[in-house]
Design a protein around this ligand. Sequence first.
Ligand code: GTP
Ligand code: MG
Length: 226
Amino acid sequence: MYHLVKGLYLYATSKEEYSILLLGLDNAGKTTLLEQIKAAYTSTASSTGPNLKTVPTVGQNVSTISLTEPPLYLKVWDVGGQHALRGLWQSYYASCHAIVFVIDSTDVGDADIASLGAAAGAAEDGDKGRLEECRKVLESVLQNEDTEGVPLLVLANKQDREDCVEVVRIKEGLVRKVFEGESGGSVRDSRVLPCSALTGTGVQEAVEWLCSRVRWNKEARPPVMR
Ligand SMILES: Nc1nc2c(ncn2[C@@H]2O[C@H](COP(=O)(O)OP(=O)(O)OP(=O)(O)O)[C@@H](O)[C@H]2O)c(=O)[nH]1
Ligand SMILES: [Mg+2]
C-alpha cells in the first residue's frame, strides 16, 4: 500500500523532462543562447541577468529550466562547436528530444540560393563566409541515424547585426538544400526562426516551438519523468 501511494504521489508531482541539444559551428552563439534561456526561465539567473561574456566552449554546459505552462523541464545541452570537438556531438544524439542548430547569420556570405550548389568549387565566387561548412555540418547531423525524426530548429542568429543575412535567405539558400538532400524520406518536424542570442530577441519563440514539438514527438522519443 505504501508503495502504491508513494508511486501515485510521485506520478502526480513529477514532470516530463526533455533534452535539447544546441549545435552549430564555433562562434555561432550557442553559449550566449543558453545564457539567455537561463536568464529568461530560471529565477536565480534572471536576478543577475544573462552572462554574455562567453568563451569558446571546450566540453559542455548544461542547464535545466522548469516551465509551468506547459509543465515540463527542458534540459539544455550546449556543446563546443570547434572542428575538433564536433566528433563528440554524436554521443548526445540518441538521448536528445530536439536539436537546435545555431547559425551565425553574419558568416554565411549572402546565402545565395543559386550559387550554393557550386559554392564548394567556386572559391572565386565572392566571400561565402562559412556557408558551405555550415551546410556540410548540418547535413552530417541529419544523416546520423540517431537523429532520425528528431525535431530540428534552425536559428538564424545575430539578427541584431546590420551585416546579417535575413532569415528567408538562410531558409531557402541553406536549410532547404540540406532537406532536399536528406535521404530515407523520414518525416522531421523543422522550423527556421530568426533570433539574437545577444539581445534575447526570438528566444521565447524558440523555446515555445521546442516545447510544442518535443511533446508532439513524445511517442517516438518519450520524456524522462522527474
Ligand atoms: N551581435 C551578436 N553577437 C552574438 C550573438 N550571439 C553570440 N554573439 C557573439 O558571438 C561570439 C560567440 O558566441 P558564443 O555563444 O560563445 O558562441 P558558441 O557557439 O558557443 O561558440 P563555441 O563555444 O566555440 O562553439 C561572442 O562574442 C558573442 O557575444 C548575437 O545574437 N548577436
Ligand atoms: Mg560555446
